[in-house]
Design a binder for this molecule. Structure first.
Ligand SMILES: Cc1cc2nc3c(=O)[nH]c(=O)nc-3n(C[C@H](O)[C@H](O)[C@H](O)COP(=O)(O)O)c2cc1C
Length: 350
């Protein structure tokens, strides 16, 4: 049914449809029993789906990647569709509009999206107001943080720290986003020199808090293995809790969409099917390099249940979807969770 519905949705501007979806999700709470019905239909309950990762208990290993609920408006409603955790953000200290529109495009032939949103969000204080709502039972929320566009890299550590400190008591784990291709120079923060300063300052801040909040770093799929090695050295020395791999890519290689259309779309991060192979490769590499000791949240091109299973098999402890949710519709988390259970049952019977 969603395939038919998608044909209609995909006629309209993608960002408008996204905003409309968020509004509709927010309205669901006014329809009596609707959210309970959603939960009944979409949430797969089983102790075999539960995961203990980063010292936190996840009801299932399938989450929504950053960028979908940037302002923490619909995390409960997304949980009703069967997601075990929601990563809100990217949140910056001050509100910002992001890049000029249009800035989100579908490449249907490739089952992909290109976005250059540019950290549009309502700013950390307003996000905190949204996080005060009572959460669905057991729902884990991650806070993905970044810097405002007008802040240069020299001042980035102080800026990230301010956002981290404001948000500290309101989310369960943090993701330090240094890999968005849509903020000028942001990806340079992935180099060892900047990373040491940035992560050093953030972990130093955490050292004096009463509660320990896991901190992960989100990386680009465009890094070379040498760059990943450098980053792993920094992570090991400083004591970062995990990696989210990966963000979107700037590569346009091997696309089915015609060159003219790609050119018309312009710059931005590509997500969805074209990313599946590369994100899997990176996860496998990191998992081997760290002997499976460093928790990895796998994201990037999970478009089918098999893609999720492959990522978990490659060493991801949890997975996140974004583009796959757009192309597969509301049942996607349920389908993945059911498949994980099936896989578990097959393995235990062997
Ligand atoms: C429209 C859009 C907005 C995004 N915004 C963010 C963001 O604000 N912060 C972030 O870390 N990742 C962001 N992402 C990247 C996703 O979290 C994810 O890492 C990436 O899309 C790869 O996963 P996918 O192939 O399942 O979409 C965004 C992706 C899309 C498509």
């Amino acid at each position: 049914m969603y395939n038919f519905f998608r044909l209609i949705l995909f006629i309209f501007n993608p960002e408008r449809i996204h905003n409309l979806t968020v509004i509709l999700l927010k309205l669901t709470k006014y329809i009596p029993f609707f959210n309970s019905l959603l939960r009944l239909n979409y949430v797969v309950k089983s102790s075999n789906l539960e995961r203990k990762v980063l010292g936190l208990k996840f009801k299932n290993p399938v989450g929504i990647a950053a960028g979908f609920d940037k302002n923490a408006e619909v995390y409960n409603e997304l949980a009703d569709f069967g997601f075990g955790f929601i990563e809100i953000g990217t949140v910056t200290r001050n509100a910002q509009k992001g890049n000029v529109k249009p800035r989100l495009f579908r490449l249907s032939k490739d089952k992909a999206l290109i976005n250059r949103m540019g950290f549009n969000n309502i700013g950390v204080d307003k996000v905190i107001e949204n996080l005060q709502k009572k959460r669905r039972n057991g729902l884990i929320i991650g806070g993905n943080i970044g810097k405002n566009t007008n802040i240069d890299n020299e001042n980035a550590p102080a800026e990230y720290e301010k956002t981290l400190s404001r948000l500290y008591n309101y989310v369960d784990y943090f993701v330090i986003n240094v890999s968005c291709p849509n903020i000028d120079g942001l990806q340079s923060l992935q180099t060892a020199e900047y990373l040491e300063k940035l992560l050093g300052q953030l972990t130093e801040f955490r050292r004096y808090r009463e509660t320990y909040k896991p901190m992960l770093i989100k990386i680009s799929p465009d890094l070379s293995f040498e760059q990943i090695d450098e980053m792993l050295d920094v992570i090991r020395t400083i004591g970062i809790d995990g990696i989210v791999a990966t963000n979107t890519t700037t590569s346009r290689n091997g696309l089915k969409t015609g060159a003219k259309e790609i050119e018309r779309t312009g710059s931005g991060g590509l997500s969805g099917s074209p990313l599946t192979k590369r994100s899997l490769e990176i996860i496998s590499y990191i998992n081997k390099k760290t002997d499976g000791d460093l928790p990895i949240i796998g994201a990037g091109g999970i478009m089918t249940e098999d893609d999720a299973i492959n990522m978990l098999a490659a060493g991801a402890r949890l997975v996140q979807v974004y583009t796959g949710f757009i192309y597969n519709g509301p049942k996607f988390a349920k389908q993945i969770n059911k498949r994980i259970l099936k896989e578990y049952q097959a393995n235990t019977q062997e």
